[in-house]
Design a protein around this ligand. Structure first.
Ligand code: ADP
Length: 537
């Protein structure tokens, strides 16, 4: 039968069959909220009716500036289910970027958590396209804003509405969600997800060869719903029958630990910096991660020291994963295999340092500068190209098609692929260091450097050098109270990388700049130290 895929069907299914699983939220207002998928469906239908009353139609963009909570989850389903488009905005973007994307997307309404009301107050004169702002809270917690006098209260909005709502049928290629990449240069670019792409991605992502979710799972996505749909968890968890634990605004180690421990979370997803915070906290209180089976680490390369800590100290299997906004985001996953289970520690570390094998639905290849395929021998570096049914074919309202060539998407990453299909990111193509015609991976150097006990964070950039074009510079944030010298760090790296890869110098800073998605902002680091080797010689 030619029945179109529709996001609303996920929640209908979960409400009927996932009666054992709960959705738990650390509320922005404080306290823990818990309810069933059935409760979520009933409130989602009230919300869909409310959106109709607000004159929202198919194709309208409805934006959110919100944490991972049950209300955000309801918006995911109500907006897309009624045929409109949920546009999740990353509140960590600069104000000018938020202004740009709200206007570019022509968002009709904005749903916002209490935390971000001041942010909207500051930019309100620049977002006149927005017809109304709904604060995701109840009447008791509604803010009184002088600047935004007409704020609508979420709970008041849905309270009078009916729990009956017939989801409309439409083509499965109808747009359902919109997310802008945080791009370090130029304006952010919009990536549109359809009902079809979202469902196919979610079905593939939850399998045991990918994120390993099932009815026994209680998954805690620390990855935000405001960026690439929390890696699709709001869709794949209900399909898998898993419960969800939403951390709200509490992303620090102590808040996360309390939730993991209290709710017996089994599966965690987040970027390396978040895990650094969590591991430091658990070490400091001598805690444990006894309920947790898997931790998915993606967004940036997972350092070996972090994976060993999870696996050998806390008994948690680290799943290294790679993807990007343009890929919904799942591309590859380093999942459990019989080979990995038996491997000795060195072999395991070597495999888990890779970003894994393509998940079903994603094809990968590496190419040279003429887009000619390169061998999958685990050694040859090339531009990583991908294609598949949940990979973008262009950017929203944007003519730039330079990354979309010959039916493939150029990820902007440089990688190797080995004969067993394991892909390893060498670098972003703009970050790879070109020294005397050879390439050096900044990621690999960083991963070794954070293995030093005194190092909290490491950044390696290639900067102009009078003789070699570029040479690596290592920039270090030391752990509080820890001491280490430049010479010591250089010696620490000598047996880990080729001699000519060793950074020529090491500098120490108090903090490193990050992008809105928590990655090192290397453009800024490079320009700050641009003259470092030129002035030295
Ligand atoms: P943005 O920060 O611009 O929104 P994304 O969130 O889409 O970008 O991030 C995509 C990029 O993040 C990838 O192209 C890759 O460079 C990097 N990345 C994601 N996962 C990993 C990983 N496991 N290891 C190394 N790099 C990763």
């Amino acid at each position: 039968m030619d029945k179109p895929l529709n996001i609303a069907d996920i929640l209908e299914y979960a409400a009927t069959f996932n009666t054992d699983s709960q959705i738990v939220t650390r509320q922005v207002e404080g306290g823990i909220h818990r309810y069933s998928y059935g409760d979520a469906l009933r409130r989602t239908k009230k919300l869909a009716n409310a959106l109709r009353s607000l004159d929202v139609h198919q194709g309208d963009r409805i934006a959110t500036l919100a944490w991972n909570t049950y209300r955000h989850f309801e918006l995911y389903y109500a907006i897309s289910g009624m045929g409109a488009i949920i546009h999740t905005i990353n509140p960590r973007l600069f104000a000018e970027q938020i202004i740009y994307i709200v206007n570019h997307a022509e968002d009709k309404y904005l749903f916002v958590d209490l935390t971000f009301v001041p942010l909207l107050e500051a930019i309100k004169d620049h977002i006149a396209v927005v017809k109304g702002i709904v604060v995701m809270t109840d009447a008791a917690h509604m803010p009184r804003s002088q600047v935004l006098p007409n704020l609508i209260c979420y709970e008041d909005l849905i309270a009078p509405e009916s729990e009956d709502f017939a989801w409309p049928e439409f083509d499965e290629r109808t747009a359902a969600g919109l997310c802008y990449t945080s791009g370090t240069t130029g304006n952010p670019k919009g990536v549109m997800y359809s009902h079809r792409s979202t469902l196919l991605h979610a079905i593939s992502a939850c399998r045991s060869s990918a994120l390993n979710l099932g009815p026994m799972s209680r998954v805690l996505p620390v990855v935000p719903m405001f960026h690439v749909c929390a890696w699709g968890i709001p869709y794949s968890a209900p399909i898998a029958g898993a419960g969800i634990v939403f951390p709200g605004a509490g992303m620090d180690g102590a808040s996360l630990y309390e939730l993991i421990d209290g709710e017996k979370a089994t599966s965690l997803l987040g970027v390396p910096t978040v895990w650094l915070g969590l591991l430091n906290y658990i070490d400091s209180i001598k805690g444990n991660l006894d309920s947790v089976e898997d931790v998915v680490i993606g967004g940036s390369a997972a350092p070996r020291s972090m994976m060993e800590k999870f696996q050998d100290v806390y008994g948690v299997f680290p799943i290294h994963a790679w993807g990007m906004t343009e890929m919904s985001p799942m591309g590859s996953v380093c999942a459990r295999t019989p080979y990995l289970a038996q491997a000795d520690k060195e072999t395991r570390a070597r495999i888990q340092a890779k970003q894994g094998r393509a998940v079903f639905g994603v094809e990968m290849r590496i190419v040279d500068d003429q887009d000619q395929p390169l061998p999958h021998d685990g050694k040859t570096f090339g531009k990583l190209m991908v294609r598949g049914p949940w990979i973008a074919s262009g950017y929203y309202r944007n003519d730039d098609r330079s990354a979309f060539r010959g039916g493939w998407f150029d990820t902007g990453d440089v990688s190797t692929i080995d004969p067993a299909g394991y892909m390893q990111i060498v670098d972003r193509s703009k970050d790879v260091i070109k020294s005397g015609g050879e390439w050096i991976s900044s990621i690999e150097l960083e991963n070794h450097a954070v293995g030093h006990p005194a190092v909290a964070e490491a950044c390696v950039v290639g900067i102009p050098h009078p003789r070699w074009d570029e040479r690596p510079l290592l920039i270090i944030v030391r752990k509080a109270g820890a001491q280490v010298s430049a010479g010591e760090l250089q010696r620490f790296l000598t047996d880990k990388v080729a001699k000519w890869w060793l950074p020529d110098d090491v500098v120490f800073v108090d903090a490193l700049p990050h992008t809105a998605t928590g990655k090192l902002l290397k453009t800024e680091v490079r320009s700050k130290f641009a003259n470092h080797y030129l002035t030295q010689s």
